[in-house]
Design a protein around this ligand. Structure first.
Ligand SMILES: [Zn+2]
Ligand SMILES: [Zn+2]
Length: 260
């Protein structure tokens, strides 16, 4: 079994070390994981400050949130990856990034990504314009839910088409606070499936909302899952763990849903 989404340091603090990685592996192995994708948020690294400008310039809440992040240099992480590559971990370990996809500054992203060698790059839609929909429930006040969904998937489709990513993180995380569109989204899911296949990308069957938001539904919504399966989209199980004891969390259950 694979856990394709595990954060080394959720908030960018701490020293990168082999011991840190091993502390995740111990827990992952107990849960039957034999391959793990370690990643970090782009918002942890000072190199990405300009990439977030469309968001930080237009939203005071997100500007304050970001100002507490971006403390570490990406160099620190990539130097560690080189070291870790030479170490023999007991299971297969990949190293990459979870990128906040921001359409306006994609040129900055592509410049930074090509300076380093990555095992994988996961693209995630965390912002709809300067609306940080997964930050807190209050931010949804006054939001047109149908329009938010429309833009969320429009951004996701654009992200897939950039060719910069290997996978799409948590593809329906917009449901995180329980908001749903009034219309059926089958045609959107079909478009996503086709785009993912055309780009040769995977998406995640993620337990992140259960783990980090106490959301009641494990993995993607059943309508999306059915369409992705019907179209043979590549789907990887993913915990979205942010600490060692959560590595491999919910993976068995997520796999069972996929296999059902
Ligand atoms: Zn994410
Ligand atoms: Zn994540």
């Amino acid at each position: 079994m694979i856990d394709a989404h595990v954060h080394i340091f959720g908030d960018g603090r701490g020293e990168y070390s082999i011991e840190r990685i091993n502390s995740f592996i111990v827990h992952a192995q107990k849960k039957g994981i034999n391959e793990i994708y370690m990643l970090e948020h782009t918002h942890q690294y000072s190199e990405f400050v300009q990439m977030y400008k469309p968001i930080s310039d237009n939203n005071e809440y997100l500007r304050n949130w970001l100002s507490g992040k971006m403390k570490v240099s990406l160099e620190e992480y990539t130097r560690f990856i080189d070291k870790a590559k030479a170490y023999g971990f007991p299971i297969k370990v990949k190293f990459g990034l979870e990128v906040c996809y921001i359409p306006e500054t994609v040129h900055i992203l592509s410049e930074i990504l090509k300076q380093y060698k990555w095992d994988f790059i996961t693209g995630s839609v965390h912002f709809i314009g300067s609306f940080g929909f997964d930050h807190k429930l209050e931010l949804w006040k006054g939001i047109d839910v149908d329009e938010a969904y429309r833009r969320y998937y429009e951004i996701m489709l654009e992200m897939i088409d950039t060719g910069l990513f290997n996978g799409v993180g948590h593809p329906d995380s917009i449901k995180c606070f329980g908001h749903y569109p009034s219309q059926n989204l089958d045609s959107t899911y079909i478009a996503l499936a086709k785009a993912l296949n055309k780009a040769g990308m995977y998406t995640e069957q993620s337990g992140g909302l259960v783990l980090n938001y106490k959301f009641p539904e494990l993995g993607m919504n059943p309508g999306m899952l059915r369409i992705f399966k019907d179209n043979n989209v590549s789907i990887l199980t993913a915990s979205d763990a942010h600490r060692p004891e959560h590595a491999g969390m919910n993976i068995k259950e997520l796999q069972e849903i996929l296999d059902a």
